[in-house]
Design a protein around this ligand. Structure first.
Ligand SMILES: [Zn+2]
Length: 198
């Protein structure tokens, strides 16, 4: 059972070069004082908000890394939210929860032929160490008990539902294939049952 978190701050921030007016929500009470946050966009447009749960990827989100599809997925989510209204929940669990330096090590192992999940296992981590419990805590603190979820990942839907959130629809995300991330996306499709058509 997750303990409740409470709202700490709500800050208006205009993002994407001024294209999107957002509110950033901070919270008190996460385990290990983690600083997960939510971004609310166009919330007055919708009865049932669209929600995107995004896990931190500094290389993809900030630097546009071609090793994964995190950057384009984040941009797509923010622009979709501008159209329909809802929340992006940004979870600070870099590298599928193993941290940035371990992700760097995993990339080196991938360059020697392992896929993204095998590399994590070789480093004595779980294939995927992420938890989406903080997303449930955030939605509760925001008073959201029903949502549409923007994702190709069935595990996210399952974890939110297990946490008591009524996910009434799974809305698929785009596929952002490049020459560099083909193996990564294939591994996600095959090993995590992500609904990705390559
Ligand atoms: Zn990434």
């Amino acid at each position: 059972m997750n303990k409740d978190v409470s709202l700490h701050t709500i800050v208006p921030i205009s993002i994407l070069g001024g294209d999107v007016d957002a509110h950033f929500f901070g919270f008190n009470g996460f385990a290990r004082d983690q600083e997960h946050f939510a971004v609310g966009i166009g919330r007055d447009q919708c009865d049932v908000p669209l929600v995107r749960v995004h896990s931190e990827c500094i290389t993809g989100d900030v630097f546009g890394s071609q090793r994964c599809d995190c950057g384009p997925q984040l941009q797509e989510a923010l622009r979709t939210l501008k159209e329909v209204g809802g929340y992006l929940i940004y979870l600070r669990q870099e590298g599928r929860g193993i941290g940035l330096y371990s992700k760097f090590e995993a990339y080196l192992l991938q360059d020697s032929g392992l896929d993204t999940y095998e590399a994590n296992l070789r480093l004595n981590h779980l294939a995927d160490s992420r938890s989406f419990d903080p997303a449930v805590q955030i939605l509760r603190a925001l008073g959201v008990d029903q949502c549409r979820l923007l994702t190709n990942n069935p595990e996210k839907v399952a974890q939110l539902r297990a946490g008591g959130i009524d996910v009434i629809e799974q809305v698929p995300t785009g596929v952002f294939l490049t020459n560099h991330n083909r193996n990564y996306l294939q591994a996600k499709a095959v090993k995590s049952a992500h609904s990705i058509k390559l």
